[in-house]
Design a protein around this ligand. Structure first.
Ligand SMILES: [Zn+2]
Length: 229
């Protein structure tokens, strides 16, 4: 796990598995965790890493309802867990990923996913929701279904940082990116994200990027999202 401070008190946390990127926003007396990684073991490791940065009480926000972004939440409970109102558990997903990881020769991760207790959101929002994170304002935004039906963008205006979830992936989109959202609306969601004028955009997978990178990904989506990268 590698921690990158992208702005004062704002962190991108890079994970080996799936090249996942989670986030942390630290306010004066609380903090907000953006996604919790893909199983309870990874979630515990993330919680421990965060405790080395801050001892502030935390809330969690889910960028979307795909396993790799929220299966680690049990390690953070009890706490408030935010998600878009379209967030749904996929009942078959857990067993599917257990089988997939076994097939891929990663039995430890398969077991960790099998033993993971999923945590439902405790709080949901529709289009936009302002959270107070220790005097720091963080805005949750939903720009319509794109990568998934519950895409949530986490905006930290004072730092000009945006956590994009899988609306942005670095170095590029993977085929699985196009499963259950609405790709026709994806470019518009990225347009709305760019309109926030971020200095740093933290993708759901890969290293932090800038506005130009996001604009280029938007062009790729417009030009023909079906072609593999
Ligand atoms: Zn993902």
């Amino acid at each position: 796990m590698k921690v990158i401070e992208v702005a004062a008190g704002v962190y991108a946390i890079r994970h080996e598995e799936l090249d996942l990127t989670t986030g942390l926003i630290v306010g004066e007396d609380s903090c907000l965790v953006v996604d919790t990684a893909g199983d309870h073991v990874q979630g515990s490791a993330l919680a421990k890493a965060i405790r080395e940065i801050t001892s502030n009480p935390w809330q969690v926000v889910y960028t979307h309802a795909h396993f790799d972004h929220y299966y680690g939440t049990s390690a953070f409970m009890p706490c408030d867990v935010w998600a878009h109102q379209a967030f749904r558990f996929d009942a078959d997903e857990q067993a599917k990923w257990v089988a997939k990881y076994r097939e891929d020769g990663k039995p430890e991760i398969a077991e960790a996913i099998r033993d993971t207790a999923l945590v439902a959101p405790t709080n949901t929002f529709d289009k936009t929701k302002e959270l107070s994170v220790g005097r720091r304002t963080v805005v949750l935004q939903h720009f319509g279904p794109a990568h998934s039906f519950s895409d949530t963008v986490v905006h930290v205006p004072d730092a000009r940082v945006v956590f994009a979830g899988d609306l942005v992936e670095e170095p590029g989109f993977i085929a699985e990116s196009f499963g259950d959202g609405d790709v026709t609306q994806w470019p518009a969601a990225l347009q709305a994200l760019l309109a926030l004028d971020p200095r740093v955009v933290v993708p759901g997978h890969g290293s932090p990027v800038d506005k130009d990178f996001v604009a280029a990904q938007r062009e790729i989506l417009i030009a023909g999202w079906t072609s593999p990268r």
